[in-house]
Design a protein around this ligand. Structure first.
Ligand SMILES: NC(=O)c1ccc[n+]([C@@H]2O[C@H](COP(=O)([O-])OP(=O)(O)OC[C@H]3O[C@@H](n4cnc5c(N)ncnc54)[C@H](OP(=O)(O)O)[C@@H]3O)[C@@H](O)[C@H]2O)c1
Length: 224
């Protein structure tokens, strides 16, 4: 049975991606900060007959994130698909508040870099060596649209998520001959706040489609 690990798993897109891959027979490992919230998501997946478990970790705590992915591997076997889509909540994470291009300073970039770049690098390091050894695997990354498009009000977020995007595009090129596929989805939408095209279950189809076709380094998902 194949396993997908979703880093930054919540009730929106994370749960929908979990369901989409679970429906295809994947076992699901969920990573976010609260074991209680993870257990609730696992319960929802189990109702759909999907095998899932939650491994609590904060992506800003790199040893904890590595540990969570190692525990997922111990429980379910190697991770076949890593999906990275944490969504900061400003109330919980004031240091991650977006600032405009004019307000950017070293301090308000640093936490965004920790979150997007160091978080993703840590997650990838926990699973990629085994993927390369097996000659198969998929790395899916999600960011907001400021990673790829100009949103002046998202100055610090755009710097960090744009750096993550650049790395994913480089991974895509570098891993092509190693059987591992890396791709990036910049989301230019407000999830769940519009018509069917904004609903997380609809957006999750994009991830399954990318996983199956494996021929795009990036797919912009835009409803704006
Ligand atoms: N929502 C939107 O309108 C929108 C728009 C554009 C792009 N996006 C992107 O789309 C993706 C999914 O968004 P979504 O809103 O649907 O999110 P979601 O999948 O419902 O939840 C994401 C989860 O990330 C977890 N998280 C936040 N900070 C974390 C941390 N430091 N360590 C570990 N986990 C953390 C949170 O859970 P805990 O609090 O329990 O840790 C949250 O529930 C994200 O990449 C987001 O940036 C969203």
């Amino acid at each position: 049975m194949s396993t997908i690990a979703i880093v930054g798993a919540g009730p929106g897109l994370g749960l929908s991606i979990a369901r989409r891959f679970g429906k295809e027979g994947f076992t699901v490992a969920l990573v976010s900060r609260s074991q209680g919230r993870l257990d609730d998501l696992v319960g929802q997946l189990e109702k759909d007959g999907i095998t899932a478990a939650g491994f609590a970790a904060d992506i800003l705590d790199r040893p904890a994130l590595t540990g969570a992915l190692h525990r997922a591997t111990e429980r379910f076997g190697p991770v076949d698909v890593l999906e990275f889509s944490p969504a900061p909540k400003q109330a919980d994470d004031p240091a991650l508040t977006p600032v405009s291009a004019l307000e950017v300073n070293v301090e308000n970039i640093q936490q965004q870099i920790d979150y997007y770049v160091y978080g993703a690098v840590t997650a990838v390091q926990a699973v990629l060596p085994a993927m390369i050894e097996r000659g198969s695997g998929t790395l899916l990354f999600t960011t907001g649209a400021s990673s790829a498009l100009v949103f002046p009000q998202m100055g610090n977020v755009g710097i960090a998520s744009g750096a993550l995007r650049n790395w994913v595009l480089a991974l895509n090129a570098t891993l092509a001959d190693k059987g591992v596929y890396a791709t990036h989805v910049p989301l230019a939408t407000w999830i769940g706040q519009g018509g069917p095209e904004t609903q997380p279950d609809t957006i999750a189809e994009t991830y399954w489609d990318l996983y199956i076709k494996r021929d795009e380094a990036e797919r912009l998902y835009s409803t704006l």
